[in-house]
Design a protein around this ligand. Structure first.
Ligand code: BES
Ligand code: MN
Ligand code: MN
Length: 463
């Protein structure tokens, strides 16, 4: 057994226990009730980086949640890897759908994870994946095989738009200077087929409000005679897709990059079973934009989805009422070349234009970000592929993901470096859902693969 494998074998139980402790802290960035827990988590990360062998670790205050920064400098002649991750998590609700407490981590064996998986909010996104890097760092320093300089930047606002990180990056270009950025906050195809994420979608997130009468009304006395904001909102939302499931906002597709036949053919080679996909979700058919496959629909095509809709009476029993207001939260996933601020404006104009007389509408932009694509002809990608090939026994497949990590395009703009997305999660790990989990196999494989990325990246940098 090589030193990496034997170190993991000796210490794996402690690696798992430490992650479990980290997962117990409810670092929910979206909910102000958990402010102290988010801050406490940053302190735990700081200590863990110190113990893992960083020379210097600090908590960097920002207008929002702190960023944990750490580094170990070996030599000016060696490359520097900047590791990014996030210690905040999504809210766990709906709580009643969790089989165990979201912040009471337990290990369960499943078909997909016969070696067990840790169930908790943040297990995969991103505490578990981020902590693989901390443990890989410990492994490399303890076994004397850290081959290059390393910097860590772990933030606490990814799930709410990374505003403070953008602020921090703009002010600390020199401190963050690097040769490549390494992130584990995405997924891979399966535990026998690794993949490297080569694209992320952008995002524009908006909230809409439709107001009708100045107060809630009796639906018998007024029904049929005034615009019902909920009916109107439903109609407006429905009109935003045509019969081919194209989005009807004028100008929405103007900048969408069309992939060549060859690129689409290349994408179609990734292993995928539509039957297994449907079975896993208990659906009898997939649904989406005409002319595109499922994998294309969820990666290279833009979308518009309602994430939440409310208004009127939703309590027990029935109440006959026409609400004064109706609301929805809407996300648009964007693809390369679509400017998220421009799309937000197009949405706003369109939504205002299609509102009928009898209601007023308000569109409030939330956060957003640009998509990202990375070429595969660079040493970062090659190093990652060599690392995966060695630990999984098969080369990785490049794959674009439908998710978003908006800060990645900002890294490229501000720090002028490419990001390598080495994700170890599976789509079935239920991130952002009840019963989120992360395979023990995946966790340990990540810790095993990361040091090899360091090794090959350093080697390829020299040649
Ligand atoms: N780690 C995810 C993004 C992700 C997951 C990308 C899996 C690819 C594969 C990240 O934490 C996330 O949830 N991002 C948000 C955007 C953010 C601005 C809230 C998303 O994609 O919804
Ligand atoms: Mn994440
Ligand atoms: Mn997330």
């Amino acid at each position: 057994m090589n030193t990496i494998k034997s170190y993991i074998e000796t210490h794996k139980n402690r690696f798992i226990d430490e992650l479990i402790e980290l997962l117990k802290i409810p670092s929910i960035s979206a909910d102000p009730a958990y402010t102290q827990d988010v801050i406490d988590t940053s302190a735990v990360i700081k200590t863990s980086l110190e113990k893992a062998g960083c020379d210097h670790v600090e908590i960097c205050e920002t207008p929002g949640y702190p960023i944990v920064y750490g580094h170990k400098h070996i030599s000016d002649d060696l490359p520097t890897i900047l590791v990014y991750g996030h210690y905040d998590v999504q809210p766990p609700d709906p709580l009643e759908l969790w089989e165990s407490g979201p912040f009471e981590p337990i290990i369960k064996k499943t078909k997909t994870h016969p070696e067990g998986a840790i169930y908790a909010r943040g297990a995969c996104d991103d505490k578990g994946q981020m902590y693989m890097h901390v443990k890989a760092m410990e492994l490399m320093t303890e076994t004397n095989q850290l081959p290059c300089n390393v910097k860590f930047m772990i933030e606490g606002e990814e799930e709410v738009g990374s505003e403070s990180l953008a602020w921090f990056v703009e002010r600390n270009q020199e401190k963050l200077a690097n040769d490549v950025i390494l992130i584990s906050d995405t997924g891979m195809i399966s535990n026998t087929q690794p993949s490297i994420t080569t694209g992320l979608r952008g995002l524009s997130y908006v909230e809409v409000e439709v107001t009708g009468p100045n107060r809630d009304l009796h639906s018998g006395l007024y029904g049929g005679a005034v615009a019902n904001p909920i009916n109107i909102l439903a109609k407006m939302i429905a009109s935003m897709h045509d019969e081919n499931n194209h989005i009807t906002i004028p100008g929405f597709y103007d900048k969408v990059e069309d992939l060549s036949k060859e690129e689409r053919a290349e994408m179609a080679k990734a292993p995928f079973s539509l039957e297994a996909y449907k079975n896993a979700l208990d659906i009898d058919a997939v649904y989406g934009e005409a002319g595109y496959t499922t994998n294309e629909r969820n990666s290279i095509r833009p979308t518009l989805d309602v994430n939440g809709i409310w208004g009127g009476y939703t309590g027990e029993g029935a109440k006959t009422v026409i609400a004064s207001k109706a609301y929805a939260k809407i996300s648009m996933r964007l693809v390369p070349n679509q400017e998220w601020k421009e799309i937000t404006e197009l949405f706003k104009t369109h939504f205002e234009n299609i509102a009928p007389k009898g209601v007023t509408v308000k569109v409030t932009p939330h956060h957003g970000g640009q998509g990202y694509v990375t070429p595969i002809d660079n040493i970062g990608y090659q190093a990652a592929n060599k690392a995966y090939s060695e630990t999984f026994g098969v080369p990785a497949i490049p794959q674009r993901s439908g998710g978003s990590i908006p800060i990645v395009s900002l890294f490229e703009k501000e720090l002028k470096s490419k990001t390598i997305l080495m994700g170890f999660g599976l789509d079935s790990d239920a991130i952002h859902s009840p019963n989120e989990h992360f395979g023990i196999f995946n966790y340990l494989k990540g810790i095993e693969t990361i040091p090899l990325f360091y090794k090959y990246f350093t080697e390829l940098s020299k040649s």
